[in-house]
Design a binder for this molecule. Structure first.
Ligand code: 5GP
Length: 202
């Protein structure tokens, strides 16, 4: 069986990563999303085990110590990390898995998994990003400023990504994202077994 694809999705806070991935999952089978652990407090409506595994800083530090995370970062004062077990289990099952993680985490994943696919979701403009971030009404002004400043830092990493996905409309962006997955699955190096079967003489 072919191993699944490990797809990393990054992009500044407010760009709509979650919405694009959610829509893409509605449009295609075989796309799992990893649930990260975080020490951030839940936002209204966020459910433990669905949006994140919410942990205290102490619990998170224990996960680091026990090597339960593929990668982790400290982002705007909170810990975030990808649980190891779920990711390897899904990949072994041949499932394609999406990690929605920040730029530093993505660079670590690229170092560990050379075949991972790095996608960066961009807004049509910086002004539009600010408008979306304020529109969420879930963060105070200081947090919004911190996240906008962080967005500028994150844009510096764009060149290290394989694909840029413009999110001008969620539906369009989801289709763009799915077409990337489709093309990646057709890459020659991911189809060596098939090629072997076709080229080997009985
Ligand atoms: P938020 O607090 O808005 O949910 O997430 C803040 C940032 O943390 C986002 O850029 C998000 O993609 C990133 N993030 C979420 N989970 C992880 C993770 O497991 N690892 C890393 N490196 N970043 C994460």
């Amino acid at each position: 069986m072919k191993a699944g694809l490990l797809i990393v999705v990054s992009g500044p806070a407010g760009v709509g990563k979650g919405s694009v991935i959610k829509r893409a999952r509605e449009l295609t089978d075989n796309l799992s999303t990893s649930v990260s652990a975080t020490s951030r407090k839940p936002r209204p409506g966020e459910i433990d085990g669905v949006h994140y595994f919410f942990k205290t800083r102490e619990q998170f530090e224990a996960m680091i110590k026990d090597q339960h995370l593929v990668e982790w970062v400290e982002y705007c004062g909170n810990y975030y990390g990808t649980p190891k077990e779920y990711v390897s289990r899904e990949l072994e099952k041949g499932r394609n898995i999406v990690l929605e993680i920040d730029v530093e985490g993505s660079m670590k994943i690229r170092d560990m998994f050379k075949d991972s696919i790095l996608c960066f979701i961009v807004p049509p403009s910086y002004e539009e990003l600010e408008r979306r971030l304020r529109g969420r009404k879930t963060e105070d002004e200081e947090t919004i400023q911190r996240r906008l400043n962080r967005a500028i830092e994150e844009f510096q990493y764009i060149h290290q990504y394989d694909y840029i996905v413009l999110n001008d409309s969620i539906d369009e962006a989801a289709h763009r994202f799915i077409s990337i997955i489709g093309a990646e699955q057709m890459k020659t190096f991911r189809n060596l077994e098939l090629i072997d079967r076709l080229t080997s003489k009985e």
